[in-house]
Design a binder for this molecule. Structure first.
Ligand SMILES: [Zn+2]
Ligand SMILES: [Zn+2]
Length: 239
């Protein structure tokens, strides 16, 4: 227990209750922690493997590799609240917990070379101003610290981009394609390398696909998407 816990005791991201035993988890209370384990050990409806093992990806997903840590679904309350929490609040314990989940699965399922470039899908600048956080960037930095890889920006929003969340699946692809542009000197940064692109939630995959096209045209040899969560709809098994 930390001294600051006496004044600001950690609260469960899922139910909001004060965590009575912060040494066992600083993110979930005891009840929600066991719900979290139940959720990640439940079977994916497509491949039947548990979410700890599942590698299902959205149809037409372009990266060469895909690892996601948690299911994102209304019924998966513990996992979903962890992801939602990070969209509006900066909390080192929560981001650290999520990064650890990503790294554990990525180490098992994706070969990550030592000279890989770590990057992220940037959030819309007005959202960063509103919430004071770019959750994918924060997550990428935490993942980078664990993998000893520096995090760099590779793509940015074209000014005037619309928010993906408000669009239907059909409009998302077109919007994503025109939303992102490469940063200057991108080729120098990534040519011939494996690029790991971090996102918080993969839904249709159109945002990551748009970024993947940019990274590929700049000469990336292999692109691995590492996402904190994947929405259960809009996906099919990887064959
Ligand atoms: Zn709880
Ligand atoms: Zn699956």
């Amino acid at each position: 227990m930390r001294l600051s816990d006496w004044f600001f005791p950690p609260k469960c991201v899922s139910c909001g209750q004060v965590i009575s035993d912060p040494d066992s988890s600083r993110v979930f209370c005891r009840v929600c922690l066991s719900r979290y384990y139940e959720e990640i050990n439940s079977p994916c409806s497509f491949c039947g493997k548990t979410y700890v093992e599942c590698c299902c990806r959205p149809a037409g997903f372009l990266p060469d590799g895909f690892v996601y840590a948690l299911p994102y679904d209304r019924e998966m309350r513990a996992c979903s609240s962890l992801i939602l929490f990070s969209k509006s609040r900066k909390n080192g314990d929560v981001i650290g917990f999520t990064a650890e989940c990503c790294v554990r699965k990525a180490r098992r399922l994706a070969g990550i070379p030592e000279d890989a470039v770590l990057t992220y899908v940037p959030r819309l600048p007005e959202k960063v101003r509103k919430y004071g956080i770019d959750q994918a960037e924060e997550l990428a930095r935490e993942i980078g610290a664990r993998l000893s890889i520096e995090t760099v920006r590779t793509v940015r929003h074209r000014s005037g981009s619309a928010e993906q969340k408000k669009l239907g699946a059909a409009d998302r692809t077109g919007n994503a394609e025109k939303s992102y542009v490469p940063v200057g000197n991108l080729g120098k940064l990534i040519a011939g390398k494996t690029v790991i692109i971090v996102d918080d939630i993969v839904t249709t995959g159109s945002t990551v696909n748009a970024c993947t096209r940019i990274l590929r045209s700049a000469g990336a040899e292999k692109i691995i998407c590492l996402s904190a969560a994947k929405r259960d709809r809009h996906t099919e098994p990887l064959v």
